[in-house]
Every structure is written in structure tokens, then in C-alpha cells.
Design a protein around this ligand. Structure first.
Ligand code: NAP
Length: 505
């Protein structure tokens, strides 16, 4: 990551240079959280965090490294036995309080998020509610971890299977959803009796640290939830994956980093859950309700300025409606107002960094060099280096980076197809398999296409597919494991078989 490093010999380096104007300023933390205590980096180093909308320096956060990650793991290990021994009801009560505190502080948490991540305030409010819902959901689901009694193979024995927490969990999360990607992991882990060491993204540590403060206030015991901020991701990740006390790694981020972490976890055979990159197709058939499809595209392509793992990446439109769709999409996109997320007039915020904008522009240039037409946008915005103009590309094909790679920005390449078979083949022509969407009014086609798409999640006539009740996750190189839903606990549980013998005496 690109944040600047300071040698912070003085405490002053940790003070905010900007007033976040929070109702509760004590939610802003600049230190790491280990074993229930707020701590500076051992060498007092800090790193700078800035607002992507305007580059303003927000404050300096403790830059922890491998050694303090090891200390956090030790604290989590020490807390594991007692936390695991608590009743599910007792853990649930603490999670309920945590949920309530997040809801009570929704406005402040949303403000922190918009200022450090850039998304419009209404999207941040939505993410806090979404993230809080996972805490509530898993506070309830944690009470329903059922085992099984099994018909034994011998008459003098009885066989049962019980479920137990995996133990210390390491979690690594990205900047695009700085709140919900944490609660989706930490809530199920804590609910079943695991302890957690979290490394949040260096761009967005304040959202993570505020969550830790609310967890502390809710009564999460010391050592059960630890947050290690820092910009040396390889060092922190190296310790989290090398340390044998960590029994599981849960990661959300890019596919290349996920692959690296899986390799690193192999040495100690850790369980892993991987929520990785996507390349979502959104297919619009001739028989679709075009108004509904248009609304779905605007939401799924441009939410968070195109920076979500389930953003539609490739819009695939049948030839009979292609021209009308492009015209209507261009008109709708012209209504967008990009700007500072705190400005109520902004419909969309900045990208996370100038480097991200430059990477998106490189993909657009690649498409143009291979023959794409730019219908609108196609350049870095006059608003500044962190903003990219909403862009529509036509005359695009499968050789282009916009087809092959995750764009992660407000660029919509519109591909054309003639037959259902072609559409399915185009949609599946990728190593990714996270989310896919399509619009059709035919029930028979809906079942056919939904079953043929090689993705973990499929939205039929809907792109707002995520909530705490559904199993979120991908296949192929988009990852493994599921977050949310009744399945979301499984990743944090081991099955233990117990054989009771000698019963015929
Ligand atoms: P990223 O570069 O992979 O970073 C994600 C996290 O991994 C950050 O905390 C980062 O730390 C850390 N990291 C980077 N290199 C590491 C290493 N060598 N060892 C240990 N940790 C390391 O991804 P990103 O750009 O932040 O996030 C965008 C990606 O996440 C996209 O591909 C998106 O699709 C994916 N995503 C997937 C889901 C899903 O549910 N499938 C959800 C959201 C996002 P630093 O911040 O310090 O670099």
C-alpha cells in the first residue's frame, strides 16, 4: 500500500489533523488493539491515512509489524480457552450488545468510513447497517451449533459428532467495505467461540479500530478480538500465516494475494476461507424488462464507484436491444455527480487512490487500442487524480483486459451476443466465479441459465443480492468458503467424532 511512513517519536504524530466532527470523538483510535489494550507500535512508528476525495491528511496510526502480530496471536491464544468455555448464550449476549452499539453509533461510523474510504455517506450508512446485521445474525446462529448422533457400526458402541471452534482465527480484510468485511468474519468466529487477530486494510484502519472500541464497550473480553494495523502487509500476513497457534485464516481481497496466503498457510495446514476477486457478467436477454435491467446495471456497475467484488464487470447484451440499451445507459450515467462523499449532492465518490484510477485508465486504453469505441467518459476526471469519469465502451471483445480482468472502477464495457449459448459461453469464459446476473422474463430460460452459470451466486432479475441471510462466496479462482447465512458458521467449526465404547458390559 502507498501510505507514508513516519518515525513517530512523539505522541503528537498520532493526533488527527482533521476534525471528523463525530458525536463521539472517542471512536477515533490511532493505536492498535491487543489483549484489550490500545497500544502504539513497539518502535512508535506510525503511518499516515488520507481522505481519497481530497488527499487531506486524516491522522497517523500505529504501524505494527510481525513482532506485535505475534503478541496479538499469543493474547488470542491465551483468551481462547475461557471464551470457548462460555455458553453460547453468554457469547450471544455480548454480540447483541456489540450490534446495538454499532447501530447506536451508525452515523459516526458512516462518517468515519466516508472520510477514509470515499463512498457517499448514504452508502456508508447502508454498509454499517449491512455489517451490523451480520453481528445480529451470528449472535443468534451461534446458539444453533448442532452436532449429530450417528448409528454406530457395532452394537457395543455409540457414535456422536460434535462441533467445536477451530481456535485462533487470523482475518485480513480490504478497504472497499471497511466495516462489513470485518463483521462478516469476526461475528461468526466470536459466536462459536473462536478468538480473532485482524489486520485491516491500511487505507481504512479507522473503521476497524472503531469496531474494536465498540466490541470492547460491549464486553468482548481482552484478547478475544485484536486489531493489528500496519503498512507492512507481508510482515503481518507472514506472521499470521506462519504462526502455528493460528488455526485458520479468513481473507477477503485480491486473488493474487489470496493465492500467496494459501501457499503460506500450507506449511502449517491451516484452514482457509478465501473471498477473492470477481469478473461478474450481467446478461440482458431480448426478453428482459429493460427498465428493471437498467436499474440493475446502474446499481451493480457503479455502486462504490465500481469498487465491489460483485460489481458487474462485463455487461453482455443481446443484439436485438443492444443499441437501445447503450443509448439509455449513456443518458442515465450522464446524471451521475461524482464528488466528495460528504457532499449530499454526490451520487458517487472517488476511487481509493490515484494509482487505482491510473490502472483503470490503462484497461480503457488497452480496449481502445484493440478497437473499442468510447461512448462516454474514458479519462481521469477533472475532479482530480482519484476520480475516473463514468465510462461506457462498445465494440469490445474477449481479447481485451476489460473482459479478462476485474476493472474495479466505473467502466462499463457492453458486449454483444446473439444466442443464449453464446451468452453463457461468454459469461463462463473466465477463471473467476463469484457473482453473475441476468435479466429475462422467461421462467424456462431463467432456470436453464442460472444452472449453467459457473458462479457461486446468481442474481436473476436482481443485482442487490447480498444480505446476512445468504451464503456469500465464489467458486473457481474467486475463492472458497461462504460468509453469512446458516452456512457461515461452518468455516469456524471443526467436526469431532466421539466413539463411546464398551457399552455391552
Ligand atoms: P488486496 O491488495 O488483496 O488487499 C486486501 C488485504 O490484504 C489488505 O488488508 C492488504 O493489506 C492485505 N495484503 C496485501 N498483501 C498482503 C500480503 N502479502 N500478505 C498479507 N496481507 C496482504 O486487495 P484490495 O485491493 O485491498 O481489495 C480489492 C480486492 O478485494 C478485489 O479483488 C475485490 O474483488 C476483492 N474483494 C472480494 C470480496 C469477496 O467477498 N469475494 C469482497 C471485497 C473485496 P494492505 O492494505 O496493507 O495492502
Amino acid at each position: 500500500m502507498m501510505n507514508q511512513l513516519y518515525h513517530g517519536a512523539h505522541q503528537d504524530h498520532r493526533v488527527a489533523t482533521m476534525d471528523f466532527q463525530l458525536n463521539d470523538p472517542s471512536l477515533l483510535k490511532y493505536q492498535g488493539f491487543i489483549d484489550g489494550r490500545w497500544l502504539d507500535a513497539a518502535d512508535t512508528q506510525t503511518f499516515a491515512v488520507s481522505n481519497p476525495a481530497n488527499g487531506q491528511h486524516l491522522g497517523d496510526v500505529a504501524n505494527m509489524g510481525a513482532a506485535q502480530t505475534g503478541i496479538a496471536i499469543e493474547a488470542a491464544q491465551a483468551a481462547q480457552t475461557a471464551w470457548q468455555a462460555e455458553s453460547a448464550q453468554a457469547r450471544s449476549a455480548i454480540l447483541e450488545r456489540w450490534h446495538q452499539l454499532v447501530i447506536d453509533n451508525q452515523a459516526d461510523l458512516a462518517r468515519i468510513m466516508t472520510i477514509e474510504q470515499g463512498k457517499p455517506l448514504c452508502e456508508s450508512m447502508g454498509e454499517i447497517a449491512y455489517g451490523a446485521a451480520f453481528i445480529k445474525w451470528f449472535s443468534e446462529e451461534g446458539k444453533r451449533v448442532y452436532g449429530s448422533t450417528l448409528p454406530a457400526a457395532q452394537s457395543d458402541r455409540r457414535a456422536i459428532a460434535i462441533k467445536q471452534p477451530v481456535g485462533v482465527v487470523a482475518a485480513i480484510t480490504p478497504w472497499n467495505f471497511p466495516h462489513a468485511m470485518i463483521t462478516r468474519k469476526v461475528a461468526p468466529a466470536l459466536a462459536v467461540g473462536c478468538t480473532v487477530v485482524l489486520k485491516p486494510a491500511a487505507e481504512t484502519p479507522f473503521s476497524a479500530l472503531a469496531l474494536a472500541e465498540l466490541a470492547r464497550r460491549a464486553g468482548v473480553p481482552a484478547g478475544v478480538f485484536n486489531v493489528v494495523p500496519g503498512i507492512d502487509a507481508a510482515a503481518i500476513g507472514g506472521e499470521l500465516t506462519r504462526n502455528p497457534r493460528v488455526r485458520k485464516l479468513t481473507f477477503t481481497g485480491s486473488t493474487p494475494v489470496g493465492k500467496l496466503l494459501m501457499q503460506q498457510c500450507a506449511a502449517t495446514v491451516k484452514r482457509t476461507s478465501m473471498e477473492l476477486g470477481g469478473n461478474a457478467p450481467l446478461i440482458i436477454f431480448d426478453d428482459a424488462d429493460l427498465n428493471m435491467a437498467m436499474a440493475g446495471v446502474l446499481l451493480s456497475k457503479f455502486r462504490n464507484s465500481g469498487q465491489t467484488c460483485i460489481c458487474s464487470n462485463r455487461i453482455i447484451v443481446q443484439d436485438g436491444i443492444y443499441d437501445e440499451f447503450v443509448t439509455r445507459l449513456a443518458a442515465a450515467v450522464a446524471e451521475f455527480r461524482f464528488g466528495d462523499g460528504l457532499d449530499a449532492a454526490s451520487t458517487h465518490g472517488p476511487l481509493i487512490s490515484a494509482q487505482a484510477a491510473a490502472g483503470i485508465h490503462a484497461k480503457v486504453e488497452d480496449a481502445v487500442a484493440r478497437g473499442a469505441n468510447v461512448v462516454s467518459g474514458g479519462r481521469i476526471s477533472d475532479l482530480g487524480s482519484h476520480f475516473y469519469e463514468p465510462t461506457i465502451l462498445t465494440n469490445v471483445d474477449h481479447t481485451m483486459a476489460v473482459f479478462r480482468e476485474e476493472i474495479f472502477g466505473p467502466v462499463a464495457p457492453i458486449f454483444k451476443f446473439s444466442t443464449e449459448e453464446q451468452a453463457i459461453a461468454m459469461a463462463n469464459d473466465t477463471e473467476f466465479g463469484l457473482a453473475a446476473y441476468f435479466y429475462s422474463e422467461s421462467i424456462a430460460r431463467s432456470w436453464r441459465v442460472a444452472e449453467a452459470l459457473e458462479y457461486g451466486m446468481v442474481g436473476v432479475n436482481e443485482t442487490a443480492i447480498s444480505s446476512e441471510v445468504i451464503p456469500f462466496g465464489g467458486i473457481k479462482e474467486s475463492g472458497q468458503g461462504r460468509e453469512g447465512s446458516k452456512f457461515g458458521l461452518d468455516d469456524y467449526l471443526e467436526i469431532k467424532y466421539i466413539c463411546m465404547g464398551g457399552l455391552n458390559r
